[in-house]
Unconditional design. Structure first.
Length: 321
């Protein structure tokens, strides 16, 4: 039996509890799935002891000095209250340990706003990185040498792995497990954790549907939810207007103002977003076209390439699991 891979999660007072518990649960479930202690998870802090989370739940931690940086396979700095996170990153002992660890670890990175600490430690220059949408501007401003992707759920750039807000840490760690143990194990973990779907890193932090629903309000928010469930049906202006008891002209004007896209453009947005997810899941192009409301695979391909700049097949080749 090979030695366990040491996973270090670096926490602090004010940490976001899900940034710790989500990744820890993924690696623990991987051990269960493969029937042995493939991973050993360490929750670390500068001094050790109980770490208070932002949600009033405390987590037991060990002092980072007790784990040699060279022993760490994967280092993740988790997110939380920004001021507390940056205070931790400014501590000399933390700075030295993290930099030494990042120099030798097979992977290093962050969950959520933990990327701010990586930036403060000079570990993201020249890299493409993700973080919580609320921290993107700060991260970009403080680290002009980094390329901050405000859309991605998580990003792998060489040995550096970074994720967006909170639950995306689970998606990222599932991708790490898949890299280490294969897709069957990561899919089994997703099922064990009762995840609705595994999300690829290229997926936006905000789905077009949720973004539009948040912006639109009544009566269009409910209509948008219905549209998402009926993409294969006729979704032209007369049909949609009838569902909200409006004239076609009034509906077109009010919907466009509320959502920021014309009805036709938004319907295509929903259909292409669903097509991306189905392509990543390796569904046949003919079936995708039928399920998303495109008359033919050729029509889907033309719309997809026009919107994203790549063919569906090239997208699948680079993003499929």
């Amino acid at each position: 039996m090979t030695d366990s891979l040491h996973i270090a999660l670096l926490a602090f007072d004010g940490v976001q509890i899900l940034d710790v518990s989500g990744p820890a649960a993924v690696f623990a479930a991987a051990n269960d799935a493969c029937g042995r202690a493939f991973y050993r998870v360490h929750i670390l802090s500068a001094a050790g002891g109980a770490v208070r989370s932002s949600s009033a739940v405390s987590v037991a931690s060990a002092a980072l000095a007790g784990l040699a940086p060279a022993a760490v396979h994967t280092l993740l700095i988790v997110g939380g209250e920004q001021a507390a996170l940056l205070r931790m990153a400014a501590e000399p002992a933390v700075r030295l340990w993290v930099r030494d660890c990042a120099a030798t670890a097979r992977r290093y990175g962050s969950v959520c706003s933990g990327a701010l600490a990586l930036g403060a430690l000079g570990l993201i220059d020249g890299k493409r990185v993700a973080t919580h949408w609320d921290s993107c501007d700060t991260l970009a401003r403080n680290n002009p040498g980094a390329r901050v992707d405000a859309d991605a759920l998580y990003i792998e750039d060489g040995r550096l792995w970074t994720s967006a807000g909170v639950t995306t840490g689970i998606d990222m760690c599932l991708a790490m497990v898949e890299r280490d143990l294969g897709a069957a194990v990561s899919d089994a973990i997703a099922a064990r954790l009762v995840l609705y779907a595994r999300r690829p890193g290229h997926q936006s932090q905000f789905s077009p549907m949720l973004h539009a629903q948040a912006r639109a309000g009544a009566p269009f928010a409910a209509l948008i939810g219905w549209m998402k469930e009926h993409l294969a049906e006729q979704l032209d202006v007369p049909a949609l207007a009838a569902r909200v008891a409006m004239s076609a002209r009034s509906f077109h004007r009010k919907f466009s103002a509320a959502v920021g896209e014309t009805p036709a453009r938004f319907v295509e947005t929903l259909r292409l977003d669903q097509a991306r997810q189905l392509l990543a899941a390796r569904v046949a192009l003919k079936d995708i076209a039928a399920r998303t409301g495109f008359a033919t695979p050729a029509q889907l391909s033309k719309a997809f390439e026009r919107r994203f700049g790549v063919t569906p097949m090239l997208f699948r080749a680079t993003h499929a699991r």
